[in-house]
Design a protein. Structure first.
Lengths: 166, 485
C-alpha cells in the first residue's frame, strides 16, 4: 500500500477520531491532515514498521495536546461543536445531559485520555505509552476527567429529569 | 466496575464519531500540500555561525536590501569525522559548556532561548512551574517532559551570566504566543479573537510594540505564521496570514514593518518567495533553509515523488545576497544536505562526502554545525554534533530540548528542573581554532567516510579549517534563530 492508498482507505476513520478528539470539524480536518502529512514524511520508515495507523493516531493525540496547549485561542469551552447535520445526532443522544458539551470543557490532556480510553478503547498502559506519560498519570487524568464530567452531568441530568416530571 | 457515566461517555463518543464529517474531495490535496510544505523546510537543529548574516544586518539596519546576485565560492568538502568513536561534547569543547544559575536574580526560573555571545543569553522566565521538565517545543512554546504538566512561560529577558544580571526585553509576550527569538530580540504572533497580532521587542527597546493585525484564517495554517526579526524590522509571509491568498499585495509575497511600528509595506522583489519555517520533528530526509534566508520554489515544476518542489532562488534578507540555482533544497549556504543520509556538499557541487546514516537522516543549519544520529553509541548518546569549520565532532547525551522543533544555538545538556542550574553547550563559545589541539579519534576521517575523491583535497580539520574564503565568523557570532522545531 502506498501513501495515497493509505489516505484514501483510512482518512474517514481518522477524521472521525480527529473529530472526537478536537470536538469540531475544522480542527478535526486540520489535525488529521497534519498528522497524515507527518506520516507522509516518515512513510518509508513507518511502513517498514507496518504500523502507519498507529503512528498517525499517536501523532494526532500528541498534536492535539501540544497544539491546543499552545493555541488556547481555539477554545472549545462551553460551546457545542459548530452546528450542522452532525450535531443533530449528538444532541439527540446528549439530550439534556450535556455530556458532549461537558467533554469540551475538559483540559486537553484529560479529554485525550478519555477519548483514548472510551473511544479508542486503549488500556491505560497503551495510553501511557502513546502519550509518553506514566500509567499513574493516565489514571489520575482519567479520574479527574470523569469527576469533572460527573459534576457537570449529574446536575444536568437531574434538571432534565425534573423537567420531564413537570 | 464500570460506572454509568463511563457507559454514557462511550456512547456519546461513538455517536459523535458517526456524525463526524467525511473527507472532502480536497482532503488528499491538502495533505499533499502540507507534505510539500514541510519538506521545503529544514529538518534539523539550526545552529549558529555566519557572522555576515547578523553583522551585515546589524550594520545596515535599513530596509530589506535589494538582491545582489553572487556566485558561491568553490569550497573543498570538509573531512567527515569518525562518527562512531566520539567523545562527549563536554570533553571536546569544555570551554563552551556553561553552567547558568538555576534562577534569575529575582528568583524566577527560566528557560534559555538563544545565546547572544559574551555569556549573554536570551531567556524566558517560567512563571508557573508545578511539575515536569520545561522544554522548548514548537516555536519556543512551552512544553514539558513528561507532557501534560503545567509550565507557564513569561517575560523575555537577557541574562548576563558574567555580571549576574537580567535585563527585561519584554513582559508582554503572552503565554500562548508563537515566539521567534533572534539576536536582535524577539518577535511573536498571538491570536486574539478573530485576528492574528504581530509584535516585536528588541533588546534595549521599549518593551514590545504591536506591529500589525490580520484576520485569522480558518482552519488555522499552523505552519504558516512565520516571522523573521531583523534588527530593525520584521518580515512575514503574506500567504501565511491569508491562507494562501495574496490578495493584499499581488506583487509581493513578503511584507515588512518597522519594529518601532508604522505601516506594513510589501518587500520589493519578493514575489514568489517564502520564509523558511522551523524544522519539523520526525521528518526523514527533509530539507529546507533557515532564516534569514527566504526561498523561491519553482511553482511551475511538478513535485517529485516525495513531494519536493525545487527551490530555484534563495535570498538572504539580512545581507541581500541572492543565489540562483536549479534545486537548492536542503542548502544553507555555502553547504547543502541534499539527500537522506549524512551527506554534505558545497553549493557549487564540487564533490560530496557521505557516511551511512545511523538513523534518521539529519542536518544542520548555519553552515557551521551539523547534528544528527550516528552509528554506534548507546541510546543515551546516539546523537552527534559536528563543527564543519574545525572538523571536530562530539557525542551528545540525551537532549533536553525539542531540537527538531526549535532552532537555537544552545544545546541543553542537562535536565531543566526548579532549583537546578542550567547546563548548556553554548555553540557561540566554540572557537573556530583550538590552539594546540590535535585531532583525536573523533576527528579522524576514516577511509570509509571519505568515498569521494574530492575529500582528499580537504585540508586538515584543525590546522586548516574548511572555512569559506572571506568568512569572518567569530566565536561570538550567532545566526538568526538560526530553527526545528
Amino acid at each position: 500500500m502506498d501513501f495515497d492508498e493509505f489516505i484514501r482507505a483510512r482518512s474517514a476513520a481518522l477524521l472521525r477520531y480527529g473529530y472526537v478528539l478536537s470536538g469540531n470539524p475544522h480542527d478535526a480536518a486540520d489535525l488529521t491532515q497534519e498528522a497524515l502529512a507527518r506520516l507522509g514524511l516518515a512513510w518509508p520508515r513507518v511502513r517498514r514498521r507496518s504500523d502507519p495507523e498507529g503512528y498517525v493516531r499517536k501523532t494526532m493525540a500528541r498534536l492535539y495536546i501540544s497544539w491546543w496547549r499552545r493555541r488556547r485561542r481555539e477554545e472549545l469551552v462551553g460551546e457545542l461543536p459548530e452546528q450542522g447535520r452532525a450535531d443533530t445526532a449528538i444532541a439527540a443522544l446528549d439530550g439534556d445531559t450535556g455530556l458532549w458539551q461537558a467533554l469540551a470543557g475538559l483540559p486537553r490532556g484529560q479529554r485525550t485520555v478519555l477519548v483514548l480510553r472510551y473511544y479508542e478503547r486503549c488500556t491505560d498502559d497503551e495510553i501511557a505509552d502513546l502519550l509518553g506519560v506514566r500509567r499513574g498519570t493516565v489514571r489520575s487524568q482519567a479520574a479527574r476527567g470523569l469527576d469533572k464530567l460527573r459534576d457537570t452531568w449529574a446536575p444536568a441530568r437531574a434538571a432534565g429529569a425534573a423537567r420531564g416530571q413537570a | 466496575m464500570r460506572t454509568e457515566i463511563e457507559d454514557r461517555l462511550e456512547a456519546v463518543l461513538a455517536t459523535a464519531a458517526s456524525a463526524a464529517p467525511q473527507p472532502g474531495a480536497d482532503f488528499i490535496t491538502g495533505v499533499r500540500g502540507r507534505v510539500r510544505r514541510h519538506r521545503r523546510r529544514r529538518v534539523m537543529l539550526g545552529i549558529c555561525g555566519v557572522a555576515a548574516v547578523v553583522l551585515a544586518g546589524a550594520l545596515v539596519p535599513a530596509a530589506v536590501r535589494h538582491p545582489a546576485r553572487v556566485d558561491q565560492p568553490a569550497l573543498p568538502p570538509p573531512p567527515m569525522p569518525d562518527l562512531v568513536h566520539l567523545r562527549p561534547a563536554e570533553q571536546v569543547w569544555p570551554q563552551a559548556v556553561v553552567e547558568l544559575p538555576a534562577r534569575l536574580p529575582d528568583g524566577r526560573g527560566y528557560v534559555v532561548l538563544l545565546a547572544l555571545g559574551g555569556k549573554r543569553y536570551l531567556v524566558r522566565s517560567v512563571e508557573t512551574w508545578i511539575q515536569g521538565e520545561p522544554r522548548l517545543g514548537y516555536n519556543f512554546g512551552p512544553w514539558t517532559e513528561p507532557p501534560n504538566q503545567r509550565v507557564k512561560l513569561g517575560a523575555v529577558e537577557v541574562l548576563n551570566a558574567a555580571a549576574g544580571t537580567a535585563t527585561l526585553v519584554s513582559a508582554k509576550v503572552p503565554e500562548d504566543a508563537e515566539v521567534y527569538p533572534s539576536p536582535a530580540g524577539v518577535a511573536w504572533t498571538v491570536v486574539r479573537g478573530s485576528t492574528v497580532e504581530f509584535w516585536a521587542a528588541t533588546i534595549g527597546g521599549s518593551g514590545g510594540t504591536w506591529l500589525a493585525s490580520y484576520p485569522k484564517v480558518h482552519p488555522v495554517d499552523v505552519f504558516g505564521r512565520v516571522v523573521l526579526l531583523l534588527p530593525d524590522r520584521i518580515v512575514f509571509e503574506e500567504s501565511a496570514i491569508r491562507g494562501g491568498s495574496r490578495s493584499y499585495y499581488p506583487d509581493a509575497s513578503l511584507l515588512s514593518v518597522s519594529v518601532r511600528g508604522g505601516p506594513v509595506v510589501p518587500v520589493p522583489g519578493s514575489t514568489g518567495f517564502e520564509l523558511p519555517d522551523r524544522p519539523i520533528a520526525g521528518v526523514d530526509g527533509g530539507s529546507g533553509v533557515g532564516p534569514p534566508w527566504a526561498v523561491r520554489p519553482d511553482m511551475t515544476a511538478r513535485p517529485d515523488r516525495e513531494g519536493f518542489v525545487p527551490i530555484v532562488e534563495m535570498w538572504n534578507l539580512a545581507t541581500g545576497q541572492r543565489i540562483v540555482g536549479r534545486d537548492m533544497r536542503g542548502c544553507d549556504p555555502p553547504w547543502c544536505l541534499p539527500k537522506e543520509g549524512i551527506v554534505l556538499r558545497p553549493m557549487n557541487g564540487t564533490g560530496s562526502l557521505s557516511v551511512p546514516p545511523g538513523g534518521t537522516a539529519v542536518f544542520m543549519a548555519g553552515s557551521r554545525f551539523v547534528t544528527g544520529y550516528r552509528l554506534g553509541g548507546t541510546s543515551k548518546d546516539a546523537r552527534f554534533i559536528w563543527d564543519i569549520t574545525t572538523g571536530l565532532a562530539a557525542a551528545l547525551s540525551r537532549l533536553h530540548q525539542e531540537t527538531d522543533e526549535v532552532e537555537t544555538n544552545i544545546i541543553q545538556l542537562g535536565e531543566v528542573r526548579p532549583g537546578r542550574p542550567h547546563r548548556i553547550l553554548d555553540l557561540t563559545a566554540i572557537p573556530l581554532l583550538i590552539p594546540g589541539a590535535t585531532p583525536g579519534p573523533s576527528t579522524s576521517p576514516g577511509p570509509s567516510q571519505s568515498p569521494n575523491p574530492d575529500a582528499g583535497q580537504s585540508p586538515g580539520p584543525v590546522d586548516s579549517p574548511s572555512q569559506p574564503p572571506g568568512d569572518s565568523r567569530s566565536p561570538s557570532d550567532s545566526r538568526f534563530p538560526p530553527a526545528p522545531s
